[in-house]
Design a protein around this ligand. Structure first.
Ligand SMILES: O=P(O)(O)OC[C@H]1O[C@](O)(COP(=O)(O)O)[C@@H](O)[C@@H]1O
Ligand SMILES: [Mn+2]
Length: 643
């Protein structure tokens, strides 16, 4: 090793004892059991359901309570206590209302005692220093005293109960309880993976982003919807048109307007001028929302205006990017504007609910000057929204197209395959790509697009749109996106989006093994974890495929898809003993959990159980630590043992 590097390191470890201490510390860490990983996907703006899953650690908090207080707490008490850990502020309010002062003091004493026990139990896999970082700052000293007490010498007993009583007398009990509850939430999950699709459909993706940004340890595998938002922010007008279209369709324009502060008036004016009511473009409105008729009409008009802009913007991209092979999607060019018909796969269909007022049949792709201006303004404001910048920069920084983590391959959509299971190839600028290399080049273009947000029509920017909608995109994974057909053609056969063979082939273990090889992972130990395609549990589909090698965790956080899946989302837990899939029932509300303890309905299924407990040394982090240990040994030798 370069001695200059060791000299530099010696500045930090300036005596033999310091090096030895660090080696001992790191060796202790690698011998601890591996921390619990938590996988979620397809959150689609469903902030409250996500919060609940995060707060209960996919049922992990309750499992720990049940284990620890077996025989001591009734099922009802377990629920009550678990609810306190999930929503401490709200639960405390309810408890305070229901007890008198004396009862409350007693409740504080027993609750603090139990929370301390649960904290100790949940932190047993971690070093003291890591636990300290998870504790509420203002109570670190007190909690450590309580946490590391040894009861063998009973003369300290009084000392501990005194501490708790003083906390209560000084009016700090609620704060301590709240702090401990959040500490427990944090300790039961060591690391969170979000396997794509934070954005679109649901109402609060921005709150999910804020939650992730303050979470202790996260990575993100982008979903197609996330990439669409990144594309819009990074200068792709067609991506921008798409995100506004989807927000209009799901009655979520508040996200654009109120949350991210984008002025929609220019678009509204344009929409008012050219469009009217149209059944194909009315927003999907959930029963809870009571928009006025006028509001609905406005959204319907905006929805048409931005959809037509989107369809126009697609044309020049398809024309300037022959590598995309999307010429058959030049639909605006292929419409018979007199008869209002379109040929799809050789069959002619009648178009209904058309709204082509801004289209010049001779040059259908041409934006009206007003449309172009609206897009300029929207692009300017989207790129100058501070909040969006914060969220997008985080998404770009923490995200990737796929991730190899602790032997598993995490990817939102698919690895494009041919029918025979071989990797599907794509020529990009004269170079042939497939499998891992294809995904790597996609990511390279995406990052290059992000690095040049002022460029709106270059290849990298077009490529981000391709990732949203292209046949070879690992995020889309379908032949064609039939948005146009679904708006304008009644016949359902034109709406079908044919999935890549991957989705059938992934049922087979042999496919997974080939993919592990492609990504240089060990088939004996690895799993592929996907989101993206809702698992239709109602129709008997199993999320655990290929003899446990493939796990699909899109269970439908998105309310719009819950009738299809029959449940309200899957999550996955991977602790030192193995993997468990958790199926969640529909999340109604926080209030329902608080009053009725409704989170009892999560069902766990074993995916994989290790014969031997996995240690940190067998993880990605462990590998890094082992390298650090080796360097420290060299330092010890070079600097302190040579003399
Ligand atoms: O349900 P909607 O709003 O019609 O959207 C359907 C579109 O969404 C997609 O399913 C992509 O979204 P997902 O990644 O959530 O599946 C497209 O394939 C399809 O065209
Ligand atoms: Mn998706």
């Amino acid at each position: 090793m370069d001695t200059k590097y060791l000299d530099l390191l010696a500045e930090k470890y300036d005596c033999e004892e310091k090096v030895a201490t660090e080696i001992i510390n790191l060796e202790a860490i690698v011998n601890l059991p591996k921390g619990t990983e938590h996988f979620v996907s397809d959150l689609h703006g469903e902030y409250y359901a996500f919060q609940h899953v995060l707060r209960n650690g996919s049922g992990n908090v309750k499992e720990k309570i049940k284990d620890l207080f077996k025989g001591e707490l009734s099922p009802r008490d377990v629920n009550e206590f678990a609810t306190l850990v999930y929503y401490p502020e709200e639960k405390l309010q309810l408890v305070k209302k229901s007890l008198d002062q004396k009862e409350l003091s007693g409740w504080y004493v027993s609750t603090i005692g139990r929370l301390i026990k649960l904290t100790a139990f949940s932190s047993s896999k971690y070093t003291r220093s890591k636990v300290r970082k998870a504790l509420p700052e203002q109570f670190v000293y007190i909690i450590e005293e309580l946490l590391y007490k040894t009861d063998e010498f009973t003369n300290k007993k009084e000392y501990y109960s005194k501490i708790i009583n003083r906390i209560i007398a000084l009016g700090q009990a609620s704060k301590l309880i709240t702090g401990l509850a959040y500490t427990i939430q944090r300790l039961v999950v060591d690391h969170l993976h979000v396997v794509g699709d934070i954005y679109d459909r649901g109402p609060h993706p921005e709150r999910i982003m804020d939650t992730l940004m303050s979470y202790h340890s996260v990575d993100i595998q982008w979903g197609n919807h996330d990439v669409l938002w990144i594309g819009a922010y990074a200068g792709s007008k067609v991506c921008l048109a798409n995100i506004i279209r989807i927000c209009a369709r799901y009655n979520n324009l508040d996200i654009i307007e109120d949350v991210y502060g984008i002025n929609l008036i220019p678009l509204l004016n344009l929409a008012d001028k050219y469009y009217d009511d149209n059944p194909a473009f009315r927003p999907k409105i959930s029963a809870e929302e009571h928009s006025s008729e006028n509001e609905r009409l406005q959204i319907t008009k905006i929805h048409q205006a931005i959809s037509m802009i989107q369809f126009k913007l697609e044309v020049p991209i398809i024309k300037r990017c022959p590598d995309f092979h999307m010429e058959h999607r030049l639909l605006l060019d292929q419409i018979n504007y007199e008869r209002l018909t379109l040929s799809v796969d050789g069959k002619t269909y009648r178009l209904r609910n058309t709204c082509f007022a801004t289209i010049n049949p001779d040059r259908p792709e041409e934006l009206l000057a007003e449309e172009a201006q609206v897009m300029e303004k929207l692009m300017f404001s989207i790129q100058h929204s501070e909040k969006l910048a914060r969220h997008m920069n985080y998404l770009i920084g923490k995200g990737s197209l796929y991730l190899k983590y602790n032997g598993n391959l995490l990817i939102h959509g698919c690895i494009p395959l041919n029918e025979d299971g071989s990797m599907k190839h794509m020529m990009i600028k004269g170079i042939d790509y497939s499998g891992k290399r294809l995904l790597d080049v996609f990511e390279k273009y995406l990052r290059s697009c992000c690095a040049h947000p002022q460029q709106t029509d270059d290849f990298a920017t077009d490529m981000v749109w391709y990732l949203w909608t292209g046949e070879n995109s690992s995020l889309f994974g379908k032949k064609d996106m039939t948005t146009f057909e679904r708006y304008f053609i009644a016949e359902k056969e034109t709406h079908v989006e044919r999935k890549n063979p991957y989705y059938k082939l992934r049922e087979q273990e042999s496919t997974c093994c080939r993919l592990f090889k492609e990504f240089d992972l060990d088939p004996a130990d690895g799993h592929i974890i996907n989101g993206h395609t809702p698992v239709e549990e109602v129709n008997g589909e199993n999320p655990i495929k290929a003899n446990g090698k493939m796990i699909v965790i899109d269970g439908g956080f998105s309310k719009a898809y819950q009738s299809k899946t029959g449940i309200a989302g899957y999550t996955l837990l991977y602790n030192s003993y193995g993997m468990q899939l958790v199926a969640h029932q529909r999340f109604t509300s926080k209030e329902d959990v608080l009053l009725n303890g409704t989170d009892v309905l999560s069902v766990r299924r074993l995916v994989d159980r290790k014969l031997r407990r996995k240690k940190v040394r067998e993880t990605n982090i462990g590998e890094n630590i082992l390298e650090q240990i080796a360097v420290l040994h060299e330092l010890l030798q070079y600097r302190y043992k040579n003399s």
